[in-house]
Design a protein around this ligand. Sequence first.
Ligand SMILES: NC(=O)CC[C@H](N)C(=O)O
Length: 229
Amino acid sequence: MKFAVLVFPGSNCDIDCFKAVEETVGQTVDYVWHTATDLSAYDCIIVPGGFSYGDYLRCGAISRFAPVMNEVAKAAEQGKYIIGICNGFQILTEAGLLPGALLRNEGMKFICHDSVLKVENNNTPFTREYEAGEEIVIPIAHGEGNYYCDEETLAEITANSQIVFTYKNNPNGSLNNIAGVSNKAGNVVGMMPHPERAVNEVLGTTDGKRMFTSILNAWRDQHDAASIR
Ligand SMILES: NC(=O)CC[C@H](N)C(=O)O
């Protein structure tokens, strides 16, 4: 299985994501620059966190015009796995690949600490190794993580089980404690917390590991599992 970690000017979690893939699932992983125009070689695209384009206008508002985003849209359409983490989540909502928007945190402060999440939907390629309703500890670090969508969208994403994670203790004012959502098909997920910062005891939590093993095993089940197990 082949992973891409996108890199925008100002990304700062790209290396953490790259290392997390190497350490948790040991698969091939490449950094892919925001100007790339071909993602056909990749099975999973990680849109990492950071401060792309200095967070000017709104977080993710400029990155969504990067050439690589056309390819991300194509890959989403093809059913490939796409995960946006923090700034990556913001970019995917700005690009219209995920519902809703991320507003400034209630309290207007950048917040950075561990957070307890509830796995609301374990029926996605990213969460299948968690229990439904399981509580996991994953760190957050953001200034614009306050998830918002209109009532109609909320009703729709609730009915379609597109709310993937919620916060146990809402840190930022997010609507219905939403910490992560998926697209309708479930192959695109965005989340504000950082699973790549939760893959080793030395980081204080290993609860992010199963995100990466879920992705690999979902892909294996979809492909010729026998040849790679
Ligand atoms: N860690 C991140 O990706 C931060 C995202 C964004 N810069 C924010 O502050 O909300």
